[in-house]
Design a protein around this ligand. Sequence first.
Ligand code: C2E
Ligand code: CA
Ligand code: CA
Length: 641
Amino acid sequence: MEGEQVALLVRGLRSGTPSADHRAELALPGVRLSCRAEVELDADGAPVRLTGVVRDVTAQHETEARARHAARRFADLAALVPAGIAIVDSDGHIREANPALCALLDVAPEQLRGLPVAALSAEPVDTGRTALDGPLNPLPTWLRPVPPGSAHRYRVEDVPLLRGDGTTVWCELAVSATTLDDDGWLWLVACTDVGEQRRAAELLRSAGTVDELTRLPNRAATLALLDRLLARPGGERVAVVCGDIDDFQRVNSALGHDAGDELLVAMAGRLQRELPVGCTAGRLAADEFVVVSGDVDEAGGADALAATVGDLLRTTVTVRGRPVQLTASVGIAVPQSDVEVTAADLLRFSEVAMHDAKRSCRGGVALATDRVLAATQALELEGELRAALAADALVLEYQPVIGPDGLVRSAEALVRWPHPERGVIPPGEFLPVAQRGGMLRELDEWVLRTATREAADWPEHGGRPVAVAVNLAGLLPGDPAFRATVNDIVTGAGLPWDRLVLEVVDTSLVALPPHALAAMDRLVQCGVQFAVDDFGTGYSSLARLKELPAQIVKVDRAFVAGVGRDPADFAVARAVVEMAQAMGRSTVAEGVETTEQYHVLRGIGVDAFQGWLFSRALPPWQLRELLAGERVAVPPAPAAS
Ligand code: C2E
Ligand code: CA
Ligand code: CA
């Protein structure tokens, strides 16, 4: 030792009470010394001689300091984290507990320190105990012995722990062990309160929104999720992918239903683990999975997302030790920009697309196209239309047909469908639906019944009775029951026969069998008038007009529109009117919108006019008002030049 260091050492030893045994620790630059010495003093108490040991304890000191710092850091960290943390001795006693654990169990830190950890377990049979009562077993079941030399880390879900007040808190535990220098160990236990999750899961289960087998959201939960996603901003980027395992029945019959179930659980797990972030998997039916993406752009676009789901469902799964090769058909649907789409629509579109994919090839992928969307929408509409018809939920408007004298001759019944969600649907949109659904005849009967009933007590207009015109597309003269049906309805309504016009397109009037012509003839004898609707379109030729058993010819809007500027339209209109006159039929021009059209049509001899220039189609009460009032204003003839 250097002289200076010895002097320091002596000083240090001297500062203590003189005795036979002196200890001191000296911190010198770069070293730390531990000294133990006997001091021999002279008569005045001054040290004469030191005998003892000086040890270099630098390394030991540093180790201890590091351990202290580490312990401090650990304590700071443990105080910070929201999870409850306990350090448990190898004999099962709690050595430390962080504030979160104390809060979780509602006990003070000093009550936990030294407590056997098994006391925290809430055994269902063991009611009345609290966290502070004695343990049942030295170690709880969730604390597994630490195997020597190997890593020890595991999780235990749903462990009921006892709180200070005797209530139970459900926790998920993460356990690991840390080894000590002396080969002993400590358990580290992190507890997370999963009570809320359990309650939510319980709620879902009780509300029937979790698929029992795979624990995935079921159809109802998927719809609810979709609803939420569609309603928030960016809802137009939602995508729904429906994936259906091909030939799943084969798995069931070859390996049994339990194996099939196992396979479905495996697929569900695979989807949950490997789907892109922002995607949620659900199960719709037996082997039909669904994936909902909140942002299809984030998932790389519709095609990429469909491919990803397809790849996840196309895999080999080992069931009962046997590899099962699976393929799946996938359909994807995204909202169309121009139509409002509901969650149910979108889900169904994806299913239809999936069936499309399945039809075209096993393992295929299909995008719900406009055609699919239209088809499914129509299918849905069809059901709704059927219900609306049965519930009398359609309405009629009436568009007046006016003579040049401003008197209303007749009013054409035009059907509308006030749809609860889509607003009023015009006939052009739902008549094709009625046709596909085979409902045209039923619709015609409804309109005929409603229109004749409503028209029965229409006021006269300017002293002249007003006829009602009804379009027929399903109830046609060719139908053997045509005359009887019309007869029942019209007599039921109490409408005079001569106040009824039946409008039929020319294609329904050609080559009629004798019984149909006879039926029409009988009705005409009674006073009914038939009108050829939309004349000039379709297959009608002028020559055919001669054969058509109709008293009125309606010149189609298509010609009326161009009558003032297009010589061809003018020529057709004029030819139709002349021909009709020559055959003793009256003419009505449809879709008259301008004074110019009116003058031209009037000039070629058209008898009556229908169009927005005079009146739009009106609800029944407005038509009555119109009929009860003055003549309709008709443009005055242009001054002769
Ligand atoms: P339509 O028999 O040719 O009826 C005339 C259509 O032209 C009506 O359309 C009417 O609102 C429209 N219109 C009238 N004036 C004008 C105008 O000045 N300009 C323009 N641009 N359009 C005008 P709506 O009501 O949409 O009916 C469309 C078609 O649906 C009808 O054509 C008819 O074929 C069919 N339809 C309407 N109601 C019924 C019904 O009750 N039964 C059957 N079977 N078919 C109906
Ligand atoms: Ca018509
Ligand atoms: Ca027409």
